[in-house]
Each structure stands twice: as C-alpha cells, then as structure tokens.
Design a binder for this molecule. Structure first.
Ligand SMILES: NC(=O)c1ccc[n+]([C@@H]2O[C@H](COP(=O)([O-])OP(=O)(O)OC[C@H]3O[C@@H](n4cnc5c(N)ncnc54)[C@H](O)[C@@H]3O)[C@@H](O)[C@H]2O)c1
Length: 274
C-alpha cells in the first residue's frame, strides 16, 4: 500500500518539470491527482497516460476564478482534498531594476506570489476538515542572492514568509504548510528549453552537473521526493519550514573547487611560545 493511498492532491504547474514528476510519484504511491496548468497539450497527455488517477484542468494560477474551479474539480472528481502543491512558475521579469517595467513586475508576482496565495486560500476550507498538507515551490533564489532576476528572487522570498505565516494559523487545524527551495533542476524553465523537444533538455544537463557540490544535474524527481515526504504522514510534525534541495549549492563552494593548499594535508605550523 502506497504512502498516499486514498489521498487526493492538486498540483499546479503539473504539466511539466517538477510538477509532472510529482504527479507521477504521487500516483505511484497511491494518490489521485488534479493537475492545473496553462499547457493543455502536455497536461492532457499526462492525464491520459495516468488515467483514471489523474485529471487535468486548464488553470491560470494568477486567476482567482481558475483556482477556485481547480479546487472544486478535485472535490467533484475525487470527493476530497488532502494536499495542494502550489508549484506553477516561470522566470518572470528580467533585467536591471531601473529598466524593469511595472507590468512585468506585477505579472511575476501575480503568478509566483498571488498564485500561491490563491492556492492556499481556496484549499484551506477543504483541508481544515481533515488535516492535510500545503506545499509550495519557492527557490534557492529566496536564500542566496545573484542567481535569479530581481522580481523572481523577491517573489520566492515572499513565498517562504507566506508559508511561515500561514503555517502558524493552520497548525490549529493540523494542516501543515511548508515550502521547497530547489536549486538548479533540469527542467524546461531552468534550461530555457520551454516548448522545445526533450533532447534539448538532455543535451544541456552536463553543464548543470558542476553547478553544485553533488556533481550531477538536479532532477525533477529530487524535488518530487521532498514533496512526497511533505504530503505524506511521514511529516505530520513538520510545518512552517523551507526545505532547500540543491545538491549542497547553498552550503558553499564545492571541495573540488577549493584551493589546493586547503585540500592537501600538511603538518600544522602552530605558533608555540618557547
Ligand atoms: N528548475 C529549477 O531549477 C527551479 C529552481 C527553483 C525553483 N523552481 C520553481 O519550480 C517550479 C516548477 O518549475 P519547473 O522548473 O518544473 O519548470 P517547468 O517550466 O518545467 O514547469 C512549470 C510549469 O508551470 C506552468 N505555469 C507557468 N505559469 C503558470 C500559470 N500562470 N498558471 C498555471 N501554470 C503555470 C507551466 O506551464 C509549466 O508547466 C516553479 O515555481 C519554479 O519557479 C525551479
């Protein structure tokens, strides 16, 4: 019996990358899943592949009507809701602060922050009845500067703090609220291959391997495993946290990249007064 047997989860951004890997892993573990995404072709194909355990519904997470309908879809299709994984995202506004158009800033926050807020807001009433889990995808960019555009970094930091704040309220109903901060994960978003064939993604993986101390490309499944832990009963005493899953990137410089003198054993030259 899988860890998610009988459970129902909504996964936004579930048509691709981290969300699609999570949908697969949740279903492998007995869950039924509603995917909400803008990419109807990919989302529909995944739902057909994993039928009858996955339903796809086109939804823009920045739209309150769409998110409300997505939550209703879970209740109508499967009769309950145990988990929402607010994972949909994109790179958002890029460029210097003085050149960032206000509309692009607002669009970025609309998807990355309002999208998470709306998922929490509309799932909360259903989760309150039975306990459950709210998971959101933040980013390593919320923790370390210099690896994403300004708006993205600020929006993901907002997701971390919204997670803490809502966790304190929902703990009274035994609903856990956590987020995941992925490092570099080989997905169309991170490798700029959205809408291109799978081979384009594969060919770019080797360049990701040296980005962090664990010398391989981060895979969507690495994040899905953390999401499964947070969705399942293994984490019933875990709430209000941001879990970094980044192959050691945010810990610091890889051993292999540290200076030779530091990596090579030599007799200590300690000053000893005579
Ligand atoms: N890949 C990484 O290195 C990385 C690192 C840190 C955080 N993240 C975050 O992980 C999450 C998943 O991204 P991914 O890397 O799997 O990329 P991805 O492009 O493979 O998947 C993102 C999905 O979100 C969907 N989406 C985008 N805007 C949407 C909207 N307004 N409404 C509904 N769906 C929408 C896309 O259609 C896509 O299917 C995002 O929140 C991203 O910011 C990714």
């Amino acid at each position: 019996m899988g860890e998610m047997e009988g459970r129902v989860a909504i996964i936004t951004g579930g048509a691709s990358g981290i969300g699609a890997a999570s949908a697969r892993l949740f279903v492998e573990n007995g869950a039924r899943v509603v995917i909400g995404d803008l990419q109807s072709d990919l989302g529909g194909a995944l739902a057909r592949e994993l039928a009858p355990n996955v339903v796809f519904r086109r939804a823009d997470v920045a739209s309150e009507d769409d998110v409300r309908a997505l939550v209703s879809c879970a209740a109508d299709s499967f009769g309950r809701l145990d988990c929402i994984f607010n994972n949909a995202g994109f790179g958002g506004a890029i460029g210097g602060i003085a050149e960032t158009p206000v509309e692009e800033w607002d669009l970025t926050f609309g998807v990355l922050v309002r999208g998470v807020f709306l998922g929490m807001k509309h799932a909360a009433p259903l989760l309150r009845h039975r306990g459950g889990s709210i998971i959101s995808t933040a980013s390593m960019a919320a923790v370390v500067g210099g690896y994403s555009p300004h708006a993205y970094a600020a929006a993901k930091a907002a997701v971390v703090q919204l997670t803490r704040s809502v966790a304190l309220e929902m703990a009274e109903d035994r609903v856990r609220v956590n987020c995941i901060c992925p490092g570099f994960i080989a997905t169309p978003l991170a490798l700029n291959t959205v809408g291109r064939p799978e081979s384009a993604l594969e060919s770019r993986k080797p360049s990701l391997a040296r980005a962090q101390p664990i010398e391989r490309a981060g895979e969507p499944r690495d994040i899905a495993e953390m999401a499964l832990f947070l969705a399942s009963d293994r984490s019933t005493f875990v709430t209000g946290q941001a879990f970094v899953v980044d192959g050691g990137f945010s810990a610091g410089r890889a051993w292999r990249d540290q200076p030779e003198w530091q990596r090579t054993a030599h007799p200590l030259k300690i000053y000893r007064p005579r």
